[in-house]
Design a protein around this ligand. Structure first.
Ligand code: ARG
Length: 268
């Protein structure tokens, strides 16, 4: 288990487990022991509420060969899905499928799409070094609408306290189960200077963006990885890592989409 991450993270003291327990690549380890008890409220995507998929038609989830959801993603072109590198780096493309238009995992809503190719950013090694970004190519194109990528000129979207929305089917609390239904939560962007103070060298300002309330209570969690952090109609982040979920003073850390927009677009 977790063979993808253990060798890379010798300093690991605490590992946050993906709900499904069989998804080594969807599990991100943290390098600190839990310092506070888990006070996260018992609502999926910690502290969120159910989301209407028609409002976010481009949000998708990644399913394994048994059809089980293990990460999130977003349609950025009719046949391209943006997700986190750590979600797919150890998986072969044909063994991952993309489920589009299905808010409730127990329904048959929407479509299951095959994946023919999986591109992982060449600089990716662990989520703590940045470049936690991957692009999947779908076997068929979809007619669903796509979400725009934040560009380097979209600096303003990354400003301190910008209200962003994170979406996913991830855990309802640190030790919790993944959600059956799509959830969303509002989290304010935490500026680079502040986030660097919190996470020290694990935070790479040019590659990551943080978001969360100072008091915690709202956050992405295990199983949300790869999912989108959006402001308006633009995706600014990809759920990447955190220390526990929704802990006070421990914002979620996201891949900074604008920093990789050019490389991502080169995949179209
Ligand atoms: N690594 C997790 C995953 O694979 C996502 C962690 C996000 N954690 C957070 N506290 N924001 O699903």
């Amino acid at each position: 288990m977790r063979r993808g991450l253990w060798p890379n993270l010798p300093a690991v003291l605490f590992v946050t487990l993906a709900f499904w327990g069989v998804l080594p690549t969807a599990t991100v380890a943290t390098e600190e022991p839990p310092s506070e008890p888990n006070t996260a409220s018992a609502t999926p995507i910690v502290g969120g509420k159910p989301a209407d998929i028609d409002q976010y038609p481009w949000v998708v989830y990644l399913a394994d060969s048994r059809g089980e959801q293990f990460c999130g993603g977003a349609l950025i072109a009719p046949d391209k899905v943006l997700t986190a590198a750590h979600c797919v780096v150890d998986r072969r493309a044909p063994r991952v499928s993309v489920v589009a238009g299905r808010a409730d995992k127990n329904s048959r809503q929407g479509r299951v799409l095959g994946v023919t190719d999986s591109w992982v950013h060449p600089d990716y090694s662990t989520p703590y070094r940045g470049a936690d970004v991957a692009v999947l190519t779908l076997r068929e194109t979809t007619s669903r609408s796509v979400v725009k990528l934040a560009a380097p000129s979209d600096d303003g979207l990354y400003g301190d306290n910008t209200e962003a929305t994170v979406l996913g089917w991830g855990a309802r609390s640190e030790e919790g189960q993944n959600s059956d239904v799509l959830r969303r939560a509002m989290v304010p962007v935490v500026g680079d200077a502040e986030c660097a103070k919190i996470y020290d060298r694990q935070f790479v300002p040019n590659a990551m963006v943080c978001a969360g309330h100072p008091d915690g209570g709202v956050d992405a969690c295990q199983g949300d990885s790869g999912g989108p952090l959006v402001v308006g109609n633009k995706i600014i982040g990809i759920v990447s890592w955190g220390v526990g979920c929704a802990r006070p003073g421990k914002p979620g850390v996201y891949t900074e989409v604008a920093a990789y927009a050019e490389r991502i677009r080169a995949r179209f």
